[in-house]
Design a protein around this ligand. Structure first.
Ligand SMILES: [Zn+2]
Ligand SMILES: [Zn+2]
Ligand SMILES: [Zn+2]
Ligand SMILES: [Zn+2]
Ligand SMILES: [Zn+2]
Length: 354
């Protein structure tokens, strides 16, 4: 199908439509009809784009890089061509002779613990205030001072009291501390020190800078990536009215084409659409494969002389051509003016009656 054939078929369809209203008309006669195109186009482009990049890498401790292929010149490193534009693939490589092992200043991956300054233990009180008597009520006779008579607290029931270790008074002292006012610390069991929670008593912790490995490995990593990138070609032409677009999108016989490298664009595509598609498929940096998927529908807008109130939109459908007569912009303006005039007249009548 060519553009001329489209125009002839669509004009013939409008002619047939008009025949019912006003008899035979030759729309191809000079000045009989004004044909402009309102064709629709969808064009989605898929490309496979290759990128190659290098980066310096560092890893704590030892790392096995033998599973990666090596290269000398990343730009020349061969990888398989993408089988189609949807291909996505990535290769990780190591530059030859770039792998280095570095020893860390820590030596073995451990450094002294900050919290206990490398001792592994923290100082703890060996004795704590007695919770049974809070210290002050430790002995009813000496009050924990060791000198009887200093304290005037009433003596509690006998069976709750023990002999005071300070003043020797029987049945006078708190049973928990036996008059001492303080008890052995349960955290350190009276030893005066506890294991450091920062290093669990080791005195040293893993060195953050080397991840506790005592050494690091550095190398140059190369990455080759094949990525599928999709884009849409913007439609550059004036669109038909919404009603036409809605009907045409369902009923129209859309034409489709897949264009790869070297393929000609469809002959029935308008010059404007051809130019837009050509702009949309320009080769991009790193592009290895490309597909342009086109879907288009020729739509003619036909203004017939002697029919100022109507505009005809015609497009191919499965059985021939569909013709949609729409009120012209002029007719819409006249109708609007008439409606406003009617409203004014009604208002005038009401005013007269009032
Ligand atoms: Zn270290
Ligand atoms: Zn510690
Ligand atoms: Zn006492
Ligand atoms: Zn006590
Ligand atoms: Zn303690």
């Amino acid at each position: 199908m060519s553009r001329q054939q489209d125009e002839k078929a669509l004009l013939d369809a409008v002619t047939a439509r008009l025949a019912a209203r006003r008899g035979p008309t030759d729309l191809r006669a000079p000045g009989a009809a004004d044909v402009t195109w309102r064709s629709l186009l969808d064009c989605h482009v898929t490309r496979c784009i290759e990128t190659r990049r290098e980066a310096e890498r560092e890893q704590h401790g030892h790392i096995d890089l033998s599973k990666y292929a090596t290269y000398q010149d990343l730009s020349a490193h061969p990888v398989p061509e993408p089988s189609d534009p949807d291909t996505q693939q990535e290769w990780t490589l190591v530059r030859e002779d770039s792998v280095r092992a570095h020893h860390c200043v820590c030596g073995n991956g451990r450094v002294p613990c900050d919290r206990c300054t490398g001792h592994g233990e923290l100082v703890c009180e060996p004795l704590r205030a007695c919770t049974g008597c809070a210290g002050a009520g430790s002995c009813a006779r000496c009050g924990g001072s060791g000198q009887r008579g200093h304290h005037s607290a009433a003596a509690p029931a006998r069976d709750e009291r023990e002999t005071c270790v300070k003043c020797g008074a029987p049945e006078a002292a708190c049973p928990a501390c036996r008059g001492a006012g303080r008890v052995r610390c349960t955290d350190c069991d009276g030893s005066g020190k506890v294991a450091c929670p920062g290093c669990e008593g080791e005195g040293s912790v893993g060195h953050k800078a080397c991840g506790g490995a005592g050494r690091t490995t550095t190398w140059t990593e190369g990455t080759i990536e094949h990525r599928s990138v999709k884009s849409e070609v913007p439609m550059p032409t004036t669109q038909p009215p919404v009603l036409v677009r809605l009907i045409a999108s369902g009923a129209g016989q859309w034409r489709t084409a897949d264009c790869g490298y070297g393929d000609r664009l469809p002959a029935d595509l308008s010059d404007t659409h051809c130019a837009a598609v050509e702009r949309g498929i320009v080769k991009r940096p790193g592009e290895l494969a490309r597909r342009a998927r086109l879907r288009h529908l020729p739509i003619a807008r036909v203004a017939v002389s002697g029919e100022p109130g109507l505009v005809f939109y015609a497009f191919p459908e499965s059985a021939g051509c569909r013709v949609l007569p729409l009120p012209s912009a002029r007719r819409v303006a006249l109708l609007t003016a008439a409606a406003i005039g009617l409203a004014a007249a009604v208002k005038a009548v009401f005013m007269l009656l009032g």
